[in-house]
Every structure is written in C-alpha cells, then in structure tokens.
Design a protein around this ligand. Structure first.
Ligand SMILES: NC(=O)c1ccc[n+]([C@@H]2O[C@H](COP(=O)([O-])OP(=O)(O)OC[C@H]3O[C@@H](n4cnc5c(N)ncnc54)[C@H](O)[C@@H]3O)[C@@H](O)[C@H]2O)c1
Length: 256
C-alpha cells in the first residue's frame, strides 16, 4: 500500500540492490521516501532502480564499497549535496562467505577473508553511521537501523567466526551510537534476522536449510518482507522512544 509515512525523508539503504535491502528500498519508496541504493554491485542496483521505476517508484543508485571509508564519505556527501539532508540510514550491506556451503573452521580461516568480513559487516556500518551522523546531528533528526543477525547473539554452526563476530559487533556499535546520539534526536536500533530466504542462504545445501526450518517454531524461513516490516517500524516516528534495541525477527528460533 502506498502511504506518505516517509514523505520527503531522504534514506540511504546500503546493500539495497537485492535481498533484504531491496525489499526495504521498495517499501521506503512506496511510503514516499527518496531512496538511495548504496551497493557495491552497480549493475544490480541500476536494475532495482529500473524495476521500481516501472511501478512509478523512484530510487537512485550510488555504487559504493561500504568497507572503504573514502567511498562512503563521498557517497554521503553526494547525497547531502543533492538532497540537502539525510534522514534515514539502513546499514544493511553484509557478506557471509562459506566453503562449499559450510562454515570455514577457525584453523583454516584465511586472514584476508576474516578482515574482509569484519570490514564490510562492521567497519562499513561504522563508516556509514559516522558520515551520516555528521549531518543528522546538525539536523537534530535521524533514524538508523543496523542489520545484525541472530548469529550475532548466539552461536550458529553455519556462518564462520568472522560473521558471528561482525554481527555481535554491530549490536555493540548500535548501543554505543544510540546512547551518544540520542540527545540529538537520532534513534539507532538493530534488527537480528534469523533464516531469511535470500541469495545469501543459497550456497547452503538444501538438506541443511530443511533441518534449520524444522527447528523454527513458525515452521518456515523468514522473507525479506518480514524483516522489512520490523525495519520500517524502527524507522518510523512510532518508535521515537525506542533506541539501542536489537529486534529479533526469527520465527521463534531463538528467544533471547
Ligand atoms: N539472509 C539471511 O538469512 C540473513 C540472516 C541474518 C542477517 N542477514 C543480514 O541481512 C543483510 C542482507 O542480507 P541478504 O540476505 O539480503 O544478502 P544478499 O547477499 O542477498 O544481499 C546483500 C547485498 O549487499 C551488497 N553488498 C555486499 N557487500 C557490499 C559492500 N562491501 N558494499 C556495498 N554493498 C555490498 C550486495 O551487492 C547485495 O546487494 C546482511 O547484512 C546479512 O548479513 C541475512
């Protein structure tokens, strides 16, 4: 349904070209926001913008590797140069490399891969938050949602140690930013999805996915839309008194 809930808000969605980020991008555009897809995959980001335009929705793609602070700062300056503000940041870009669909054991973990996952999943969130906070503090308004994972709250045997560590770090970063930025009218929260049907889980063997689904009380994988609903709530003014929380979206798989 089209509403004007986010009318005139300027929103950056990292990793907005596909999966969960694409769903969030579409929903924000449907509710009136000016959305910028900040994704490393320029082609996929353009394709998403085109798909949205066929439905009368507008999004703009700015290619960026969120693990590169220089690229992030330039992307945010371009956004603010064009729209004169940035109201919403969804720190969604993330990677979860595996080996033949399985966790990479700690003793085999290539250092470059450890560093890349921490750089994209954790440093990238910090770079984007820092660059946006500079403007949100002046505006005295901002909403940030960081994408963690249930793997950041408890042990999971599927992603590697780099992923678990990065997603636990996102929860810590969320709390730090929430406390520091609250006096400026900026809310910072996180979402911790469980198993969500996107390309990220397609490298896991089907029998492993089936076993995981068996353990989910709701009896199915989540969808990008399930996560989007939680993110939209946290970005909305209905959640003005909520900051520093990590909202679980996992079908009851873990009840923390
Ligand atoms: N799918 C799940 O089961 C699940 C569960 C918990 C958390 N998450 C988290 O949700 C987020 C989205 O996951 P998804 O399943 O939609 O993944 P996905 O792989 O389908 O999409 C990720 C998007 O991020 C982009 N991206 C990757 N590296 C980037 C970088 N360095 N800079 C900018 N963009 C980059 C990709 O191009 C892609 O568009 C991730 O942070 C992921 O860790 C996913």
């Amino acid at each position: 349904m089209l509403t004007n809930e986010f009318q005139s808000k300027v929103a950056i969605v990292t990793g907005g070209a596909r999966g969960i980020g694409k769903s969030i991008t579409r929903a924000l555009a449907e509710h009136g926001a000016q959305v910028i897809i900040a994704d490393i995959d320029a082609e996929a980001a353009e394709k998403t913008c085109q798909e949205l335009s066929t439905r009368g929705l507008v999004a703009r793609a700015i290619p960026v590797d969120t693990a590169d602070s220089g690229q992030v700062n330039r992307m945010v300056e371009e956004v603010v140069g064009h729209y004169h503000r940035v109201d919403i940041l969804v720190n969604n870009a993330g990677i979860s490399p595996k080996k033949d669909g399985k966790k990479i054991p700690i003793v085999e973990m290539p250092l470059e891969q450890w560093e890349r996952v921490i750089a994209v999943n954790l440093h990238g969130c910090f770079y984007c938050a820092q660059a946006c906070a500079r403007h949100m503090i002046k505006q005295r308004y901002g909403k940030m949602v960081n994408m963690s994972s249930s793997a950041g709250k408890t042990y999971s045997s599927i992603p590697g140690s780099h992923y678990l560590t990065s997603k636990a770090g996102v929860i810590g970063l969320t709390r730090a930013l929430a406390g520091e930025l609250a006096p400026y009218g900026i809310n910072v929260n996180a979402v911790a999805p469980g198993r969500i049907e996107t390309e990220m889980i397609h490298d896991v063997p089907p029998e492993v996915n089936q076993e995981i689904i068996r353990q989910i009380p709701v009896g199915r994988c989540g969808t990008p839309q399930d996560v989007t609903e939680a993110v939209l709530f946290l970005l909305s003014d209905k959640a003005n008194f909520i900051t520093g929380v990590t909202l679980d979206v996992n079908g009851g798989k873990q009840m923390f």
